[in-house]
Design a protein around this ligand. Structure first.
Ligand SMILES: Cc1cc2nc3c(=O)[nH]c(=O)nc-3n(C[C@H](O)[C@H](O)[C@H](O)COP(=O)(O)O)c2cc1C
Length: 197
């Protein structure tokens, strides 16, 4: 294995972080790796909104938890059913519901990534940008967790504090910090390749 492959294989979604600050220069380096992601017709649709204050992160976490309930109920019965089924599949169990910060898992840094609403390729671009961030963080000795639930931030009273414009939406957030756990590797499905010819 080379260094790149080792980083790919060793990255895990980490949900427990040390109470250790992350240097601003390291955050910049990690964000810059995100900027190096490919994007459809080189639109580079990402914008980053970064929380670095512990009290803010906890406040956003609590608001998003409430906002998610509101957002899911607003989306109708199908969305409610889908959420219940997904919750049963949570790989990290139901204990996280009891955490003070059940959304960002106590991370010292949270990066919201947005993209314009009218760019059909943007969600793919954001996925690529996010993966660069996860791997860059891992390569520098930090850990991350992608937080899809963060998209419900738009249903919270705190949303205006992020200064996100009306033509953008949050696709994903990334919890970032020095990890304090070594999660087991989830077994990967292998029966998903078809060679033609
Ligand atoms: C788009 C996306 C959204 C996710 N949302 C959440 C989330 O809201 N909360 C969380 O704890 N983990 C979230 N995860 C992490 C996944 O649960 C995790 O990546 C998956 O279980 C595989 O584990 P691994 O990353 O350690 O390989 C998300 C991952 C992705 C890619």
């Amino acid at each position: 294995m080379n260094e790149t492959l080792t980083t790919i294989y060793e990255r895990r979604a980490v949900r427990k972080f040390k109470d250790k600050p992350v240097d601003r220069k390291i955050i910049e380096q990690i964000i810059d790796a995100g900027r190096m992601a490919p994007s459809a017709i080189n639109m580079q649709p990402w914008k980053f909104y970064i929380l670095t204050n512990k009290d803010d992160i906890i406040a956003f976490s609590k608001a998003i938890k409430a906002g998610a309930v509101k957002g899911i109920f607003k989306s109708g019965i199908k969305a409610i059913a889908k959420t219940v089924v997904s919750a049963l599949r949570f790989p990290h169990g139901a204990d996280f519901m009891k955490e003070e910060d059940m959304v960002f898992h106590g991370a010292p840094i949270v990066i919201f990534i947005t993209s314009p609403n009218d760019n059909e390729w943007a969600p793919l671009d954001i996925g690529m940008c996010a993966q660069n961030i996860l791997l860059a963080a891992k390569s520098l000795g930090l850990d991350t967790c992608p937080i899809g639930m963060a998209k419900y931030v738009e249903y919270t009273k705190l949303y205006p504090r992020l200064n996100i414009t009306k033509d953008e939406r949050v696709n994903l957030a990334i919890a970032l910090g020095y990890g304090d756990e070594n999660p087991v590797v989830h077994v990967r499905s292998m029966n998903n390749v078809t060679y033609i010819g």
